[in-house]
Design a protein around this ligand. Structure first.
Ligand SMILES: Cc1cc2nc3c(=O)[nH]c(=O)nc-3n(C[C@H](O)[C@H](O)[C@H](O)COP(=O)(O)O)c2cc1C
Length: 330
């Protein structure tokens, strides 16, 4: 029996959009907007927030929006509605990435509630990890989360392969640091200390003086020589952590959205078990390096995210635009 009122539905939809805004996005660009018509949420790409230099094809934009879509799905289910999702529903409207409706009543299972509870708590890590080991059964759970969205998470076990991922990431970082248009774009998304802006990478979310790990994975240089960054104790940041790569069989816009949904399931499950993730997407923004990784290290599948997973003592705060700024109610 369906006893929902339109006020209830409106409140559920607002909660779902608020959850969506807490998704990770490349440089915290938050490249999404939501239009609500009746009980339908339309997720749209905000191309004004696309990285024209770093991500001209919009792959990272769609991965980010895929993560936001996962949050909408989780929120609806956690609030008792089976989400009815249509991905890329209209080929004539490429900016329309998905529509979601609250469908039949469901009782949220424990897994859904666990992931939903992590949405605001999860944070990106940008340093080494403690030496505490990542339990194998947890990695298996993360692999299963990715598989549930049609993507593949592969923890990289071989030392030589880890060294190649590390070397390619450092090489990509060095090349990008010389690229003036790319650097200017990055600077535009670096949020200064104490800034009131509600997007961009906060200066408090990376260490002022990062400690090197062995093998090393270069971080993005958001500070660019300025004395920005947190002074949090670095003495525990000693380990590279577990290197893992998220891949998809194809490389279409649908695959990018699937990768984003898989990524968010992985991150929320990891967060629920006290694991953090660091991302290194520099090499994936360079066609030849991405292609090299695909052929040599990803069994011909398309790499969508390179990450390190481990245990930290982080407590950095996230910044987001309020839901009212990204939500249009008709
Ligand atoms: C597609 C994508 C690519 C990203 N690439 C990087 C990266 O190369 N380096 C990095 O430090 N963070 C990267 N991030 C993480 C974002 O910077 C982060 O999600 C954003 O700043 C919001 O912060 P939060 O995840 O702590 O909420 C990436 C995130 C996404 C979704």
């Amino acid at each position: 029996m369906n006893t929902r009122t339109s006020e209830e539905i409106a409140s559920v939809i607002r909660t779902a959009v608020r959850a969506a805004t807490w998704a990770p996005s490349v440089h915290n660009t938050q490249p999404w907007s939501f239009a609500v018509d009746g009980d339908e949420i339309a997720l749209r790409a905000d191309s004004d927030r696309k990285l024209r230099v770093g991500d001209p094809i919009g792959r990272e934009l769609l991965v980010s929006c895929g993560a936001a879509l996962m949050n909408v799905r989780l929120a609806l289910r956690a609030l008792g509605y089976e989400p009815q999702v249509r991905v890329l529903p209209d080929p004539d409207r490429p900016a329309l990435l998905a529509t979601v409706r609250p469908g039949a009543a469901v009782t949220a299972d424990e897994h859904t509630r666990m992931l939903y509870a992590e949405i605001e708590r999860r944070r990106t890590h940008r340093a080494g990890f403690t030496r505490l080991p990542v339990p194998e059964c947890l990695l298996e759970a993360l692999v299963a989360e990715a598989g549930g969205e049609g993507a593949r998470l592969t923890p990289v076990r071989s030392e030589p392969a880890i060294r190649v991922f590390s070397a390619i990431t450092c090489a990509a970082q060095d090349v990008q640091a010389q690229d003036r248009p790319l650097s200017l774009e990055l600077i535009g998304w670096a949020r200064p200390p104490g800034s009131p802006r509600e997007d961009g990478v906060p200066a408090e979310s990376y260490p002022r003086e990062p400690r090197r790990t062995e093998p090393h994975f270069a971080q993005r240089d958001y500070a660019r020589g300025r004395p920005w960054g947190s002074d949090a104790d670095q003495s525990f940041s000693v380990s590279t952590g577990v290197v893992a790569v998220l891949t998809t069989k194809g490389d279409s816009r649908g695959d990018w959205l699937a990768a984003g949904q898989a990524l968010q399931r992985i991150l929320l499950r990891a967060s629920a078990y006290g694991l953090s993730a660091a991302f290194h997407t520099q090499a994936l923004e360079m066609f030849h390096l991405r292609e090299f990784l695909r052929q040599e290290l990803c069994s011909q599948e398309y790499p969508q995210m390179i990450m390190r997973l481990g245990i930290t003592f982080d407590d950095s705060q996230g910044v987001r635009r309020p839901a009212t700024e990204v939500l249009e109610e008709r």
